[in-house]
Structures are given as structure tokens and as C-alpha cells.
Design a protein around this ligand. Structure first.
Ligand code: ADP
Ligand code: ZN
Ligand code: ZN
Length: 811
């Protein structure tokens, strides 16, 4: 008899598997979904390993197979183990990433009576037991639910147990009905040949059955079955008419499986490979060589570093085509599908009919359909957000991560809190695939790896400028302190308002960018620009309204809000925070002739409104587009000649060591939106800290300038990539209790660390988390910094109520 290590869908299971015996006659494979008894219940599980011996003495048997084909490939099984280990997440959470959408279901219990021995004395049963027995016998098999409805829940369960114990009844299990199933539509077709149909139609017409006659004539002209919905539209028939013809055996209605296609609403014209520039050619050649080579020991990871418009996407497309030529397939990851419609279109038009799009806004049914077709090998390319990393794409040869620095690649809000980049690299290592990371502003850690030679660095130093007329936009940095001195208190500096006025007059388009995140939570001197920072951590202090204090969200240092600026003694200390709505108001006032359009999460609640807003702006139905981070994503808007950043500082003042990196990335991207057409362009950054290296470097489009400074700071403060971080957050409705538990945990961790003699692990905090109170619960945070906090924490018992985030982005 063999045994299986099964990952069980129960919160109790955490990071372990359970041993089950494989009953004789059942053929079980690694990756297969099975039913297993677990306590009183029957649960879903995935077989992760097979062995000749069980890991424990007493094992139960696997109750049954859920699906005949394995749902996880061996590589995915290994990946699940890795995710669970590295991110300290329950195994089933890791496995669940890879399951067919809608997979998680409950088991239903059925009762049947095989046969009652002739000599059995029925009078030895109670009346209720006999009643239940008859009920089941009458129908052959009855669900426990149904018995519960008839006899009452408790009673039904007791009686069934009694009958089973006496050997009269047997339990069996089945999945509850599938919630998602392939979508089917009724199709109409003739049950007779077309000639007969026309004769029938004439006869019906004589009898006055005009509708039926019309439908028959319509069907007689069709070469294949017609969807009922289409017949209704075109032939103006209703369901009753169709049914009447079915009754007369002239027509049949049959369900036909249809594909729910997220791309079907778009018209796609095929596109063809461009002739690569010299820089593109050399990058492409490196990637294609590694596609051909046999699997090496290290994962083949490329960092494709090139400014927006330098032709990275064209390289992705041609590298994918090369992979396909070699009989392989690809996965392309984008930060967020809704924000990258143009990118999707480009892939869809280069590989017509061979691109699957996985989209969180698809219905469960649509996701299910795509997943099945991907597994059948119907697509060359799967495109999606981070969840698409786990698509069951066979023969995986290439994984592209576009805009690899984006924070949406980290799943931070639910377990497992994984980072797509690290998971994709692991998956590539397991499958022999090649990874291409693309960005104009690579993550500092990624660039560090590329510098060290862990990844191959490929550079595209210039924009591809087909018309030789759109170099990177010139950036002007405006010092807002000077504006105040000159008496200008509006949101627009003199430079910016002149530029806007000119662009609008000349019929060009303008983007105004305002990053609302973190606004109004920090305070700043309006005279000298000073932002109050923690003395120990260098991060901006956060204003807490309730206590009227400034708090360091890293170490919990606190000071009252000062009356005077500590640097220039001005009284003009202000809470910063202007939202996009306020900006829109002021812009409409200042530029009364311009047509405004606002793009932020308030304006885009509906399904296709991203696309709608974008189309509206592209069709030049507005002159000025006002927006938050969303407008920084891969838009190609050739009529935009001016990008204004209303406050370049908002990001700088987030309490996070990545604030500089984040600011540099955002500003670079925003500036990159200007001058993508023949008119050229300009960007203006308004700031109180014009000397800040992140702002300076972004203004000069100089990644190296930024990186060299940033990596120095990281080294000095021992921040990633020179260490690894883990964030531990405890939540509770009682603030004081929450703080106490955080203190307790800190001591426990320090004790554990010292007893193990680990030198390079520091514990920072506890401090209130960045969002101190969320949905009525307080949150306190500890940060662990060291070479391997994840390995250390896996040995520490972590009580309920704590959330662990390994490699957190955004503290
Ligand atoms: P990125 O992904 O780096 O932003 P893209 O691949 O989108 O750059 O290229 C920018 C623009 O240049 C696109 O309009 C693209 O069609 C065009 N382009 C890219 N490569 C070439 C090439 N080799 N020849 C001509 N045009 C190109
Ligand atoms: Zn000041
Ligand atoms: Zn501090």
C-alpha cells in the first residue's frame, strides 16, 4: 500500500502536509486533487508527494479523487512548497494560487442502503430509524441535507450514525455542484433539409403562422446552427415560436459551449515584427540565445533597462515569437490589466487568436474558461496581472515582467504575501524558462543584482524615434519656496501656468499629475520647505489627528506639533494635502477655456471607464487630464506636450525607506508621458526640495545618478538589498492591548534571537503601522531586519492576530 502527503484545505493545516493511505485500486499522482477525511469533515486536498511509508503511525485513507487529471504540475508543486516556506504562508494558500478558478468547494454527504440481511430484525430499530431507512430505500440514495430537512439536523445526523454503525447504511461523498461551468448557449438548427423547410414555411404561412414561417425561412438560409439570441435579433422570433417549431420536429435547440472571450469586444488588426534597431537587436540576440540553450543551473534572468519608448515591448514581442518558434510558450505579466489596454492590444495583434488574457474583472466563468483552454495548450501567450504567474501554461519558455518595479507585483493584502518577481524567477528555475524583467526605472534591488552579475543587464539607452523628433522631454524644476516669496499662493507656479496656457491655446494637450497618497498626513513649513522627520529613522513624521502629535511610524518617536518651524522659525507650518478634486476646481478657475477631464479611482468605478476616459482624451475631447498614479502607466498619447507635476514631494514624505526610490520612479514615468509625438514635449516638477537627489535625477532622466546615491544610503542604513525585512503587524480593537502584545512579541523575538546566537538581526519598533487604524482595529508593527528573518521566523511560534509580511513593499 502507498501513502500520499496531502496539503489539506483547512486553516489548521498551516505549513504541513498530512499522510493518507492510498486505498487499493485508486491510482494517485502528484498534483492530484483528492477528498480526504479530516477530523469530522471531508476536505479538499492536493497530493504533494507519494511515499512507501507514512510520516505518522496511523493514517486514514484518501476518500476519493476529485479530478482524474493532476491540477498541479510537478514544478508547481515545488513552487508551492517554496512559497509557503519563504513567505511563511499556509501551504494550501500557496497551492490555491495555482488551482482552477472556482475549484474550492465543499463535499456533500450521501446515504445509501446496500442491502439488509434477510435475518435482520427490523423491530430492533426505533421508529425513527425505520422511518429514515424507508426514506433512503425508497429513493436508493439520499443526501444528508435532505434527511436533515425531513428529520431535523441533529436527529438526522444521529440516526445516520446509528444506521452506519449497525452496518445498514453507507455514507459516500460528492462535490457540491460546480458553481462555474463552461458557458453554454442554445443554438437553433433545422431538423429537416433546407428545401423541405421552405415548403413547410409556405404551408405555415397559409395557416397564418407567420412568425414560425419566417423563422423557418431564416434557418433555411443558414449554413450552420444559429445562436437563439441571434435568431431573436435578426429574424425577430421569440422563444415560443422556436419552441413551436421544435414541437413540430422541424427545428432542434441544442446547447453549444461558447467561449467567454475578454478580447472579443475589441477589433484587432494583425501587426508584424519591426526591423530592430542595433541596440534592440543586440538585446534580442542575448535573450534568444538563452532560449535556445539548454537549462543551466542558474535561472536565466535578464533586466531590460530602457526608458519609456526605447522599444522594450517590441523586444518582448519578438522574444515571445522566438520562444514560440522553438515550440515553447510565454507568460507576460503587467502591473494592472485595466491600466494597460494598449499593451494588451499590441500582444493580441502580434499573436492573433493566440493570446489569453487573465483579468481580475472577468467573471469566474470567464476565468474558468480561459484557464481550461490555457491548460489545453491553446495559447502562445498568457497576459495578466500577478496572478497570471500561476497560469497552467504548458511548455513554459519565457516569462516577461513588464514594469518590474511596480508595487502591484507584491501581494500585500492577503496570504501568501508573495512578490511576483521572486516567484517568477523561482518558477523559471524549476521549468528552465527565461525571465525578462523590463523597466525604465528598475527596482533598486533588481539593478543591484544586475550590477553584480546575478542577472544579465541589457540596456536600451535611447528612445526609438521613428520621426527623429521625440527625444526625452526637457524637465524644469520649479522651487515652490520662490513662488511663495514672490507672493504666488496658487497651486500653479508662474512657469507651469504659462506653459499650460500656451499649450491649450496652441491646441495641444496637458497632463497634470498629483499623487494623493500620503497627502495631509505630514506637515511642512511653507516658508523653507522643511518636512519634520524622525531624528533616528530619517522618515517623515506622520500627523495623528486624535492626539495632535507627530509620530514616527518606524520607531514610535513622538513630538507635539510645533508652532514654529524649527529651521526658519516661520509660523507658516501647514498640513499638506490637496486632492485631485481640489486641483480640478482650481484648474477650471484658472484655465477657464480649457476642457478638463479627471482620472482617478473615484472617476473609474465602472468596468470599462479606464478605457473610456483614455479614449476620450486620446480623441482630444479634453485639453487637460488631471490624475493620480494611474496616468503614469504605459499610455501613449502623442498630443501631450506638457506634463505638470503639481507636487513632486508627496511621495518623498512617506514614512518608508523606499520613499526616494518611489519618487524617482513616479516622476520619471510621469515625465515620460510628455513628448511622445512629433510635437515634442516638456515636463515641470513643482517642489519644495529641488535639491533632492531623486528629483534631480528624474529631471535629468538619469537612472545611474539616482541609483548610485540610493544604493549608498541603503548600504549605510543596512536596508535591502543589503538585508531582508519582515514586517509583523498585530491588530486588535483595543489600542493599548495591541501595543502590549507587540511589546511582548518583541521580547520573545529578542530572546529567541539571543538564545540562538544570531548576530545580524535587529528588531525595530513596535510602532503604529502606517495606517494605524483600519476598519475599527488598531495596528502595531514590528520590523525585523537581518540576513534571513524569514528562516528565523519559521522557528518562532506566531500567535493568532499577527500578520507576517516577508520582503514588504511600503512600510
Ligand atoms: P517601450 O516598451 O520601451 O516603451 P515600445 O516597444 O513601446 O517601447 O516602442 C516605442 C515606440 O517605438 C512604439 O510606437 C513602437 O512601435 C516603436 N518601435 C519600437 N521598436 C521599433 C523599431 N525597431 N522600429 C521602428 N519603430 C519601433
Ligand atoms: Zn521653515
Ligand atoms: Zn524613528
Amino acid at each position: 500500500m502507498g501513502y500520499a502527503e496531502v496539503c489539506v484545505n483547512s486553516p489548521v493545516a498551516q505549513r504541513q502536509t498530512f499522510s493518507y493511505a492510498i486505498p487499493p485500486g485508486l491510482s494517485i499522482n502528484v498534483g492530484q486533487a483528492v477528498w480526504v477525511p479530516f477530523g469530522e469533515k471531508l476536505l479538499q486536498g492536493i497530493v504533494l508527494e507519494l511515499s512507501d511509508y507514512p510520516a505518522v503511525e496511523e493514517t486514514k485513507e484518501i476518500a476519493g479523487i476529485i479530478e482524474p487529471h493532476p491540477v498541479l504540475s510537478p514544478a508547481h508543486v515545488s513552487l508551492a512548497y517554496w512559497i509557503s516556506q519563504h513567505y511563511l504562508s499556509p501551504l494550501f494558500d500557496a497551492v490555491a494560487l495555482m488551482l482552477t478558478p472556482g475549484f474550492e468547494r465543499k463535499a456533500l454527504t450521501f446515504i445509501s442502503i446496500p442491502s439488509i440481511p434477510d435475518d435482520f430484525d427490523l423491530s430492533s430499530l426505533t421508529q425513527e430509524q425505520r422511518h429514515a431507512l424507508e426514506l433512503v430505500q425508497r429513493q436508493g440514495r439520499v443526501s444528508l441535507k435532505q434527511l436533515e430537512r425531513t428529520l431535523g439536523k441533529k436527529k438526522a445526523q444521529t440516526i445516520v450514525s446509528q444506521l452506519v454503525r449497525r452496518g445498514l447504511a453507507v455514507r459516500s461523498y460528492e462535490l457540491e455542484p460546480i458553481r462555474v461551468s463552461p458557458k453554454e448557449e442554445p443554438y437553433l438548427s433545422l431538423a429537416i433539409d433546407a428545401g423541405e423547410a421552405q415548403q413547410e414555411a409556405a404551408r405555415l404561412q397559409k395557416k397564418g403562422a407567420n412568425k414560425q414561417a419566417a423563422l423557418l425561412n431564416f434557418l433555411a438560409q443558414q449554413s450552420k446552427p444559429v445562436p437563439l439570441a441571434e435568431a431573436r435579433q435578426t429574424a425577430k422570433c421569440d422563444k415560443a415560436t422556436a419552441n413551436a417549431l421544435v414541437q413540430k420536429s422541424l427545428v432542434t435547440i441544442q446547447p453549444v459551449e461558447v467561449r467567454r472571450d475578454p478580447l472579443s469586444s475589441q477589433d484587432i488588426t494583425p501587426s508584424y515584427p519591426l526591423t530592430l534597431t542595433a541596440a534592440q537587436e543586440s538585446a534580442f540576440r542575448s535573450i534568444s540565445e538563452s532560449l535556445i540553450q539548454k537549462v543551466s543551473e542558474h535561472p536565466n534572468v535578464f533586466l531590460l533597462h530602457g526608458v519609456t519608448g526605447s522599444g522594450k515591448t517590441e523586444i518582448y514581442l519578438q522574444a515571445l515569437a522566438e520562444a514560440v518558434r522553438l515550440g515553447k510558450r510565454g507568460i507576460v505579466l503587467v502591473p494592472e490589466i485595466a491600466l494597460t489596454p494598449q499593451t494588451i492590444e499590441r500582444f493580441a495583434s502580434r499573436f492573433p487568436g493566440k493570446v489569453a488574457v487573465l483579468h481580475s474583472q472577468l467573471s469566474l466563468g470567464e476565468q474558468f474558461d480561459e484557464w481550461q483552454r490555457i491548460r489545453n495548450g491553446e495559447f502562445d501567450v498568457v497576459i495578466g496581472p500577478r496572478s497570471a504567474t500561476f497560469a497552467p501554461q504548458p511548455d513554459l519558455g519565457l516569462i516577461v515582467i513588464d514594469e518590474e518595479h511596480e508595487w502591484t507585483y507584491k501581494q500585500h493584502d492577503k496570504s501568501p504575501r508573495y512578490h511576483t518577481r521572486d516567484v517568477a524567477i523561482k518558477l523559471a528555475e524549476l521549468t528552465g524558462a527565461v525571465v525578462v524583467l523590463g523597466s525604465a526605472t528598475p527596482d533598486v534591488a533588481t539593478f543591484y543584482h544586475a550590477q553584480r552579475g546575478d542577472y544579465h543587464l541589457l540596456r536600451l539607452p535611447e528612445r526609438v524615434t521613428p520621426r527623429q523628433s521625440s527625444p526625452l522631454p526637457r524637465v524644469e524644476v520649479v522651487d515652490l519656496r520662490e513662488e511663495l516669496k514672490a507672493g504666488n499662493r496658487s497651486l500653479f507656479s508662474r512657469s507651469l501656468s504659462q506653459a499650460i496656457a500656451r499649450a491649450v491655446t496652441d491646441g495641444e494637450q496637458v497632463i497634470l499629475f498629483l499623487n494623493r497618497r500620503g497627502a495631509a498626513t505630514f506637515i511642512q513649513c511653507r516658508n523653507c520647505g522643511l518636512v519634520l522627520r524622525c531624528r533616528r529613522c530619517e522618515v517623515a513624521l506622520t500627523y495623528h489627528l486624535a492626539e495632535d502629535t507627530l509620530v514616527c511610524h518606524q520607531c514610535n518617536y513622538r513630538i507635539p506639533v510645533p508652532q514654529l518651524c524649527p529651521r526658519c522659525l516661520s509660523r507658516r507650518i501647514k498640513f499638506l494635502g490637496v486632492g485631485t478634486q481640489k486641483l480640478e476646481q482650481e484648474a477650471s478657475h484658472t484655465f477657464s477655456q480649457a476642457r478638463l477631464l479627471r482620472w482617478d479611482s473615484d472617476a473609474t468605478r465602472r468596468k470599462y471607464s479606464h478605457q473610456e476616459i483614455l479614449n476620450k482624451f486620446r480623441d482630444h475631447q479634453a485639453d487637460i487630464l488631471i490624475g493620480t498614479q494611474m496616468i503614469t502607466k504605459g499610455l501613449d498619447l502623442p498630443q501631450v506636450t506638457l506634463v505638470g507635476v503639481v507636487s513632486a514631494d508627496t511621495g518623498l514624505n512617506l514614512p518608508d525607506f523606499r520613499a526616494g526610490e518611489r519618487t524617482f520612479q513616479l516622476l520619471s514615468q510621469v515625465a515620460g508621458r510628455a513628448g511622445r509625438g512629433p510635437l515634442g514635449g516638456q515636463a515641470i516638477f513643482q517642489t519644495y526640495s529641488p535639491e533632492h537627489y531623486a528629483i534631480q535625477a528624474a529631471a535629468k532622466h538619469d537612472y545611474t545618478l539616482f541609483y548610485d546615491k540610493e544604493i549608498d544610503y541603503r548600504r549605510q542604513l543596512h536596508n535591502p538589498p543589503f538585508s531582508q525585512l519582515a514586517s509583523l503587524i498585530y491588530t486588535h480593537t483595543n489600542d493599548a492591548l495591541c501595543q502590549r502584545e507587540a511589546e511582548r512579541m518583541k521580547h520573545l523575538i529578542i530572546e529567541e534571537r539571543d538564545s540562538k546566537g544570531i548576530a545580524d538581526l535587529s528588531v525595530i519598533g513596535p510602532a503604529p503601522a502606517f495606517i494605524h487604524r483600519l476598519r475599527g482595529r488598531f495596528r502595531w508593527q514590528l520590523i525585523l531586519r537581518g540576513s534571513e528573518p524569514s528562516a528565523f521566523l519559521s522557528q518562532v511560534p506566531i500567535p493568532q492576530g499577527w500578520t507576517v509580511d516577508i520582503d514588504p513593499v511600503g512600510l
